[in-house]
Design a binder for this molecule. Structure first.
Ligand code: AMP
Ligand code: GLY
Length: 426
């Protein structure tokens, strides 16, 4: 099989890496890929934009691509799946209609309410004045969300009414472009977050191992939100009992309601959950794709060949497959970022990998990297590398990742030293 992976992050490097572990996979093409996928055996990059649907389709047809796997939400929301399917290609990832579950928070909220999925109480506004008076009446803390895709930056967890008003103002002044035509205002939930990514063929839905992300830039979960600074799996907070509830109270309800709306959703349904101190479960958001960096810690533990699962989703025969099988142990990833991220940072710093950066238990997934003209790996984004390790337990996996990261350096490199801090005592 030849597979084309759309995207250029650590998630896509991990998808390509996992696919290539199967004897069934001859070649992976990443569009546009990064420095890691450029230098991996049997993998090549194709320098097209992720929303160049015609270019991607033409290449895939000419090169006998058997399966297209779409990483990021933007091409999904723009309808890459609908287009490539119309060209006769097999595509993993929902069509434009299904991708609304991530691309519009108001749409997702309405779906959750209709399905009876537990979620934060919310109201949707189209004008600032009404939103502001609602916030005034509700009081703080309160959560303000731009409706559309905002690269993870559209949510403000406001500790004061004034902060919430400012966030509303910014959204309606167009800070997020058309993502800000609606604002969703939500009750602020407290607890611990966990990501449950599930594979679905539109009829059957099967969860992958639960993972926990570290969204904030600073140690102790402080500072600004980022795309994610580290992750681990399987997250102990998601006990088998909790996962059973996620299955019936969230995943099955979501798929049934999508189906009742005439949406044939095949791909990943990612539920971002908040677990309260009392064990209550609520959905914070749905995503229509694999999580990043969650995928980087889930895939190393997957024992079932990935392409079997992806094809079963695309061909709507997931129920025929045996249960997904997993390796024992744990996985953790630490993100090395460019200094300044998630604010401004500079690119093009040469990355040095010393001998200390080699460990059989560790895989380095590249995110914002590229090969320069001198064939050096240089930084090319905010999140640069995902140092990913497996071990018999979390202590081992985390120790491996941190030992390897000490062997890597580039100017301004930053990483959190406390990945896994919530695991203490678990
Ligand atoms: P979202 O993109 O909706 O998941 O929001 C991004 C992040 O904002 C989440 O991962 C949470 O950390 C936080 N967040 C979102 N909604 C809420 C909420 N209702 N209460 C508390 N925190 C929230
Ligand atoms: N790690 C969060 C996300 O993929 O949205």
């Amino acid at each position: 099989m030849k597979v084309l992976v759309v995207g250029n992050g650590g998630r896509e490097h991990a998808l390509a890496w996992k696919l290539l572990q199967s004897e069934q996979i001859e070649q992976v093409v990443c569009v546009p890929g990064n420095g890691g996928t450029a230098t991996m055996e049997s993998c090549q990059n194709l320098p097209l934009a992720v929303d160049d649907f015609e270019g991607i389709g033409e290449f895939a047809l000419k090169n006998d691509i058997n399966l297209v796997v779409v990483g990021p939400e933007v091409p999904l929301a723009k309808g890459i799946t609908d287009y490539l399917q119309s060209q006769g290609l097999q595509v993993f990832g929902p069509g434009r209609a299904g991708a609304q579950i991530e691309a519009s928070k108001a749409w997702a909220k309405a779906l959750m309410q209709e399905a009876g999925i537990p979620t934060a109480k919310a109201a949707v506004f189209t004008v600032a004045a009404a939103a502001k008076s609602y916030v005034q009446a509700q009081g703080a803390p309160i959560v303000v969300k731009a409706d559309g895709l905002a690269a993870g930056k559209g949510v403000t967890v406001a500790q004061t009414v004034a902060q919430a008003q400012e966030a509303i103002e910014a959204i309606f002044q167009g800070q997020f472009g058309s993502a800000g035509e609606f604002v969703v205002i939500e009750e602020c939930l407290i607890g611990e977050e966990v990501s449950v990514l599930a594979l679905t063929d539109g009829l059957t839905i099967r969860p992958l191992l639960p993972a926990q992300d570290h969204k904030r830039i600073g140690e102790g979960d402080t500072g600004e939100n980022t795309g994610g600074m580290g992750a681990y799996a399987p997250a102990p907070i998601a006990t088998p009992e909790l996962m059973a509830r996620v299955q019936t109270e969230v995943l099955e309800k979501a798929i049934a309601t999508l189906k009742s709306r005439g949406i044939d959703y095949r791909g990943v349904l990612y539920a971002g959950l908040m677990i309260s101190p009392h064990g209550d479960l609520k959905v914070l958001e749905f995503n229509c794709r694999f999580g990043d960096p969650e995928t980087q810690v889930i895939l190393p533990l997957l024992a079932t060949p990935l392409e079997e699962l992806l094809l079963a989703c695309v061909q709507q025969r997931l129920s025929e497959l045996p249960p997904i099988s997993w390796k024992t142990g744990a996985a953790a990833t630490v993100v090395a970022a460019s200094g300044g991220y998630p604010g401004a940072y500079t690119k093009g710093k040469v990355i040095n990998f010393t001998d200390q950066a080699i460990d059989a238990a560790v895989t380095i997934f590249h995110a914002g990297t590229k090969l320069n003209q001198q064939q050096q790996i240089v930084t090319d984004g905010g999140r640069v590398l995902n140092i990913t390790a497996t071990g018999e337990n979390f202590t081992q996996a985390i120790a491996h990742a941190y030992s390897v990261i000490k062997g890597i350096n580039f100017e301004g490199m930053y990483y959190r030293r406390d990945i896994g801090h919530r695991l203490a005592g678990k």
